[in-house]
Design a protein around this ligand. Structure first.
Ligand SMILES: C[S@@+](CC[C@H](N)C(=O)[O-])C[C@H]1O[C@@H](n2cnc3c(N)ncnc32)[C@H](O)[C@@H]1O
Length: 198
């Protein structure tokens, strides 16, 4: 697929181990039932979850990701080509929603609505694991149509959730393609409460 900005990233990441945050979240998941992998990329985490026994729905807007999805022939796997903010989040559907290095690429205009829908799509007791980017991130220049949060904003978005871990990372390290970058990231694992709060 030509002209897909993500193709190089997939070539560089397709053989990497599953995301650390996802592995950390696994023991908190009550049932290895339905998982949603948002921004699934080269499907490293989707394949890991299939091997763990989950039924996996993967979502990504990249045409290369769509092409790669056709190579996964597992009855417990489905792929939906969609942007996060136009995805039809069904209510109380998933035991796990993982979005590794993915949600900050959603435009700020729809981030809040999209994230509210994402939370509603967790079953009570279901787990969200993913990252938000902080204001000090090097990509927060106004030139990219991405979303960055202060710590307070990030915590506010999670206010009805039970926070299992919320780790702030700030510092310089390389991107997948080897460029040095200043990262400001909130690594989040949170659970939808069993009792009705939203
Ligand atoms: C940095 S990659 C992360 C991929 C994978 N989760 C991983 O950890 O390797 C971000 C992914 O999000 C997808 N993406 C970016 N913006 C998106 C959007 N608005 N809706 C759906 N997918 C999007 C890209 O196509 C890409 O596959």
């Amino acid at each position: 697929m030509k002209n897909d900005r993500w193709k190089q990233y997939y070539d560089l990441t397709k053989n990497k181990p599953p995301s650390k945050l996802l592995v950390k979240a696994l023991p908190y998941i009550e049932k290895k039932g339905k998982a949603l992998d948002l921004g699934a990329g080269a499907f490293v985490d989707s394949k890991f979850l299939l091997a763990q026994g989950f039924n996996v729905t993967a979502v990504d807007s990249s045409p290369t990701s769509l092409e790669l999805s056709e190579e996964i022939r597992d009855p417990n796997f489905s792929f939906i080509p969609s942007a996060y903010d136009t995805f039809d989040f069904e209510l109380k559907e998933y035991d796990l929603i993982t979005a590794q290095w993915a949600l900050p690429f959603n435009t700020q205009k729809t981030f809040r609505t999209m994230f509210e829908s994402l939370k509603s799509s967790l079953k009570p007791g279901g787990i969200f694991a993913g990252q938000f980017f902080g204001w000090n991130d090097q990509w927060n220049t106004g030139e990219r149509d991405m979303t960055f949060h202060s710590k307070e904003e990030a915590l506010h978005l999670l206010s009805e959730m039970k926070i299992i871990s919320f780790d702030e990372e700030e510092g310089n390290r390389k991107t997948a393609n080897g460029e040095m970058k200043h990262w400001h990231v909130f690594h989040i694992i949170a659970q939808r409460p069993l009792k009705k709060r939203f």
